[in-house]
Design a protein around this ligand. Structure first.
Ligand code: NAD
Ligand code: UDP
Length: 311
């Protein structure tokens, strides 16, 4: 049995990760300040004696004896991370320093939840890990993008200077049950709007693309990365290469929800990336043939069922 710390464990991805790690027989400590996460996401785990919940902010140091750390604490939706940009970058940078310091002290292996946002508005398509990205350092998205880029740097530096055992995954857009209905991300927005019969808000002309991954595929990839061979630290892309325009996504959701909603077009936010698609050859090679299993259609059906039950 391993003792595992999951920061941001009460969030969308973190709650699925905690559940899976518990199911595999580990002891899990879930640390969260509930900025975007909620106790509701993990209430079904509370009866498990091997599950522990800690209210804590990763910008402050935290000490605990653990074998592994998954560092997920950080708001992920543009609406939430732009709400308090200084706090967002502090969370990424100071959170990384505090968790890496902890990993160093107790000799834990530590995985960073990085993001496809490190590629910015990519000039290379699709994006391999070797691409250094095209990020605006002073725009609305910079608090998140640059915070996550700096966190990757810190991970590498703790590895090279202090021999900390690190793993870095670059996560592409992920969706599924327990997304916050209010968090403003495109999949949750469109589903909630479609179920309520409200206008579907497509930003720009809707030709920008994203590649959407179902949360179970991500969790599988993260766990495989944590258990990957010594000497492989990434970064590695974890995403589903199926690429869709936002208009295609809107139409698919309208169809699957049998909704009467109409599409409305709103201005494209500043620095919104025009395209995004992961190259996943490295993940396949290093993570034991990891491959996303759940196509968009199937994942959307599960996610729509979830939102039907909560809104
Ligand atoms: P989320 O907002 O649902 O979860 C983030 C969690 O971190 C929340 O529970 C929040 O309360 C917690 N948190 C925020 N600031 C904190 C702080 N200072 N101290 C302690 N806890 C804090 O988002 P998510 O989609 O579950 O994302 C989880 C991680 O995965 C994030 O690091 C995000 O950047 C990364 N990621 C997610 C996606 C995606 O599409 N979901 C894509 C790329 C990267
Ligand atoms: N988007 C949209 N309507 C919405 C919310 C988002 O058209 O109601 C677009 C947004 O402009 C972006 C894409 O959907 O091009 C994905 O946005 P999201 O916030 O989910 O993630 P990110 O931009 O961080 O990839």
């Amino acid at each position: 049995m391993k003792r595992i710390l999951v920061t941001g464990g009460a969030g969308f991805v973190g709650s699925h990760l905690c559940e899976r790690l518990l199911n595999e027989g580990n002891e899990v400590i879930c640390l969260d300040n509930y900025f975007t996460g909620s106790k509701k996401n993990i209430e079904h785990l509370m009866d498990n004696h091997y599950f522990e919940l800690v209210r804590h902010d990763v910008t402050n140091p935290y000490m605990v004896e653990v074998d592994e750390i998954y560092n997920l604490a950080c708001p992920a939706s543009p609406v939430h991370y732009q709400y308090n940009p200084i706090k967002t970058i502090k969370t990424s940078v100071m959170g990384a320093i505090n968790m890496l310091g902890l990993a160093k002290r107790v000799g834990a292996k530590i995985l960073q939840a990085s993001t496809s946002e490190v590629y910015g508005d990519p000039a290379v398509h699709p994006q391999p890990e070797s691409y250094w990205g095209n990020v605006n350092p002073i725009g609305l998205r910079s608090c998140y993008d640059e915070g996550k880029r700096c966190a990757e740097t810190l991970f590498m530096d703790y590895h090279m200077q202090n021999d900390v055992n690190i793993k870095i995954v670059r996560i592409f857009n992920t969706y599924g049950p327990r997304m916050n209905p209010q968090d403003g991300r495109v999949v949750s927005n469109f589903i909630v709007q479609a179920l309520r019969g409200e206008a579907i808000t497509v930003f720009g002309d809707g030709t920008q693309t994203r590649s959407f991954q179902y949360v179970d595929d991500l969790v599988e990839g993260m766990i495989r990365m944590m258990n990957s061979r010594d000497g492989f630290w990434g970064p590695v892309n974890i995403g589903n290469p199926g690429e869709f325009t936002m208009l295609e996504l809107a139409q698919e959701i309208i169809k699957l929800t049998n909704s009467s909603s109409k599409i409305t077009f709103l201005p494209l936010p500043q620095d919104d990336p025009l395209q995004r698609q992961p190259v996943i050859d490295l993940a396949k090679k290093e993570l034991n043939d990891w491959d996303p299993k759940i196509p968009l259609h199937e994942g959307l059906v599960k996610t729509i069922d979830y939102f039907k039950s909560v809104i």
